[in-house]
Design a protein around this ligand. Sequence first.
Ligand code: AMP
Ligand code: MG
Length: 427
Amino acid sequence: LINYRQAQELVMAHAHSFGLEQVPLEQAFGRVLAETIYADRNYPPFDRATMDGYALRYEDLAAGLRTYTVVETIFAGAASHQIIGPGECYKIMTGAAVPAAASLVIRREDIEEGPAGDTPGTVSGDKRGPLTMRLRSSLSDPLPAGTLPAPDPAFPWRRYQNMARQGEDLAAGAIVIDTACRCDPAIMGLLATLGKTNLTVQRQPRITLITTGNEVVAAGEPVSPVQIRNSNRWLIEAAIKKAGVELASCSHVPDDPELLRKRITEVLSDDIVILCGGVSAGDADYVPASLEEVGVKRLFHKMAIRPGKPTWCGLTPQGGMVFALPGNPFSCLVNVVLLILPYIQACSGLPPSEPLGFQMGTARKKKTPLDEFFPAALLGSPARLKPLTLNGSGDIRLGLQANALALHPAASGDLKEGDEVLCYSFV
Ligand code: AMP
Ligand code: MG
């Protein structure tokens, strides 16, 4: 019996891209980027005011000038037409371009403004004379104590204060993204900034799901006292959707080898085929034999885990991956998390998501000599794991509200509070 890490390696060894395609920015969210992204210009594109305030010349401050005449007001998106000289300044808004003549921005909170001739600090609303502004003796945002070099209270300004300099984030032509990554909200914003309205992304795999079982009925259909509803069809689709991929088709087949072979044959050219149920030792578990009969080559059958042990994986003659999962809902979920999602991720060129270590918030008894997976809730700070009630792998509650799939390793005995265990993110 192989362990789940060996099973993952066998599956990952066959990961491959499903090709590339172009999508507009509107459809890029959740897709995996497959092109190098460059900065089309400097970022920021211009010296940008990061505060509402007054832009002036550092040398004037150094020369002791504390009162300035406002020669122009610059709004965001507007170009400046004046060049300031000694004793002059611009009134400037956050996001506006700071003209080259100025070398810092002083926050509005740190000055007193008034019309010419008036006592600064009394804004009279007189629009006739030029505005003036005078620096306050202390800043409203002093540098924190302990800052090095120590701020000089008599001269608290520095060149380019409250300015984001042109190109300080990215220089024009710089590589911005050169590794595969999924377009998340931050990347969507970045791509829009860079003017990337068309993107090369990994093509989505064509994934087919086949659920099996005479007792399994579609949700919404009449259900006899000895039948159950098909939950895994929805569980699997949702897990895959959360990973950014759609199911291309799904169908249900009774426990009939002929019908199984027929349905499998129809989908043999798909990139990924997921079967559910019928892979264990029961008299009606026809899935492994049916797969082999239509030419699917077995990679492995069964892993040393609990739950989820009976899993069968193989390759179609066309190179597609077949995952045949046990039907118990939690077994099914464990397999999706351990095998299917990592395979989809590897195929799109993304690095594997490694499990994270967390401490147990309570003890847990070991039940088998296998690697055991259990649903848990990560709670508190620092986060600790609380195992959730699950009456075996057939418990349809699936650890309701779990946010981690935790591993109780084969090699360890009972877990004590505070023991560290690995967790896979829950889907
Ligand atoms: P099997 O893997 O076919 O032996 O099924 C194991 C258990 O999972 C049985 O109790 C089945 O009724 C149940 N099961 C199988 N398929 C599904 C499904 N699609 N949705 C919910 N339960 C299922
Ligand atoms: Mg079955």
